[in-house]
Design a protein. Structure first.
Length: 517
């Protein structure tokens, strides 16, 4: 699913109005009606006080549409205009008149803190103060209004975007933002719903189809995409009937050191379970027996050193190599890694200590061949690209790094973001059960295994990240968040594959599930 920029959203509105021969007021009516339907479907006329707070722009206009329909359907509605500016948009004014014609209970003007209404914890707040048009921090009294919302503990439903949140920046003051329980976003979610700095402002979100021009949606190239089943399924490569283990490539997993052989076991098993035809592991000598006994499907090569990697040489021809898990950053290991990079011609997935070595010795980055995949967690990323001011700065730096080194950056997190040159792909699967040792090793193995089967490195990264999260989502049903382990992610990979063929995903629902951030 495409995630549009603010400029693209405004353009989409104009193109929709032109192509469908409707006015912007009609488009606002559609948008507001969708929000009303969503509420009405759930509330079925329940007489819970609903406080609709409207700004003075089009987000406020949407709020007025919602309030008008709620009033018409007999709900207990209190409508307020947050009078934070002298300006009014045209469509706000049209809907301001319309609501005044619908009810004698006209919207109440809020001008300062003394005007704040009492809101009960069981009431509902509809937040339509600011949408994507916010361009500066809210006034102090408006900030206090947002804190008043939060203190009330009322269920807060934000229209399009939690007010006070920019679509393309991180707010300076968290008190200047509405903390929503749910956000109903028009047509597509916003990037800020997925970033660590800003995802906390909405617990849950949903995209509502407001009938934006189909051609616009199809033709517009976006910088960001949300990756769900709809995006992943077309990438799937079916297995051929007349095939053998050689058809699906040979994965080589290199890593491990004394006490950290398990990382390579997990990675190797994941490469195999993702579908690689053959798997070989390359580890220090001390790992030979544990590897052979715990992972019989794999072939094992060893370094001549007992405890660490000092000489990565082999006479097999792997299709793809995953390297770095549990490897350590010993000087001798670095020399071996450097020599390996100089001579390697296979596709490469780099993780953990191999990333740390690259960060320490940036001159080695020029040894990476195009489309090498790097899978850093946030700390490893910081060592690699330097500190960032906020998430947007991080993404800017990540894009620059990817462009410079022609590599695929898989930034692991609650919403893993894969960056390739100027494009960013946000994963929609996964859960907090994955915050446990070894799950990163599993991911690296999976991406390596997918490259072995002929997936391009970028595709393999997107597919691997999706399947990894999906596997955890299925496994968590059986094990719960606390007890989920990296081994379960491997065990449930088959179910994650099968899920691709299960119920189709709804067009506007990235993963046919609730979107809890
Ligand atoms: N396709 C769609 O997604 C549709 C979205 N709709 C809704 O429209 C809003 C965007 O509406 P817009 O009027 O552009 O913006 P806002 O309502 O968010 O803000 C209105 C104006 O408020 C001013 N502003 C900005 N920051 C502040 C501030 N801190 N304090 C006071 N005022 C502020 C600013 O104007 P200025 O001239 O003063 O700079 C904004 O322009 C979108 O989010 C949806 O809810 C359509 O209804 C349907 C299609
Ligand atoms: K809002």
């Amino acid at each position: 699913m495409k995630i549009f920029s603010k400029q693209q959203i405004y353009k989409g509105d104009q193109q929709t109005a032109k192509k469908q021969k409707i006015s912007s007021t009609e488009l606002m009516e559609r948008a507001g009606m969708q929000i009303f339907n969503w509420i009405h479907e759930r509330m079925q006329g329940a007489q819970v006080p609903i406080h609709v707070f409207c700004g003075i722009g089009n987000n406020g206009g949407d709020g007025l549409v919602v309030a008008r329909h709620l009033i018409t359907y007999g709900y207990s509605v209190h409508t307020y205009v947050v009078n934070c500016s002298e300006k009014r948009t045209e469509d706000f004014l049209v809907n301001y008149d319309r609501i005044k014609q619908t009810t004698k209970k006209w919207p109440i003007m809020l001008n300062c803190e003394a005007d704040f209404p009492t809101i009960g914890p069981d009431d509902i707040i509809v937040d339509a103060v600011f949408g994507i048009g916010l361009n500066r921090p809210p006034n102090d009294w408006v900030k206090r209004l947002f804190q008043h919302f939060r203190a009330s503990k009322a269920f807060t439903l934000s229209v399009d975007l939690p007010s006070g949140l920019y679509p393309d920046d991180v707010p300076e003051d968290e008190n200047g933002v509405v903390w929503a329980n749910y956000t109903l976003s028009f047509q597509a979610p916003k990037l800020v719903f997925f970033l660590p700095d800003t995802s906390k402002y909405t617990v849950n979100w949903e995209a509502l189809d407001i009938g934006i021009d189909a051609e616009f949606l199809k033709e517009t190239e976006t910088e960001v995409e949300l990756i769900g089943k709809n995006e992943i399924f077309p990438m799937y490569k079916p297995r051929e009937k007349f095939s053998n283990k050689g058809t699906y490539g040979h994965a080589l997993i290199i890593g491990g050191s004394y006490g950290k052989i398990g990382a390579v076991v997990l990675s190797g098993k994941a490469a195999l379970a993702s579908g690689s035809g053959l798997v070989t592991t390359f580890i220090p000598k001390c790992g030979y027996i544990p590897m052979q006994s715990s992972f019989p499907e794999a072939m094992t090569l060893t370094d001549h050193d007992e405890e660490k990697l000092t000489d990565i040489s082999f006479d097999i021809e792997p299709t793809a190599i995953g390297i770095g898990m549990g490897m350590g950053t010993d000087v001798k290991t670095h020399v071996a890694f450097q020599k390996f990079l100089e001579s390697n011609s296979a596709s490469l997935v780099i993780d953990a200590d191999a990333i740390n070595l690259l960060s320490k010795h940036k001159e080695d980055l020029k040894l990476l061949k195009a489309q090498t995949v790097l899978t850093p967690h946030p700390k490893e990323l910081e060592r690699l690209i330097g500190k960032w001011k906020n998430d947007f700065d991080k993404l800017k730096k990540a894009k620059a790094f990817s462009k410079k080194h022609q590599c695929v950056l898989v930034i692991k997190g609650a919403h893993t973001i894969t960056v390739f040159e100027n494009k960013m792909y946000i994963n929609s699967t996964g859960n907090p059960g994955l915050s446990t040792g070894g799950t990163g090793d599993v991911l690296t193995g999976m991406i390596t295994g997918l490259i072995c089967q002929g997936y391009e490195p970028l595709m393999a990264s997107l597919f691997g990240v999706y399947l990894h999260g999906k596997s955890a989502d299925i496994a968590v049903e059986d094990y719960g968040y606390q007890s989920l382990t990296a081994s379960h992610v491997i065990e449930y990979l088959g179910k994650a594959y099968l899920d691709l063929f299960a119920k189709p995903q709804m067009p506007h629902d990235p993963d046919a599930e609730e979107h809890i951030s």
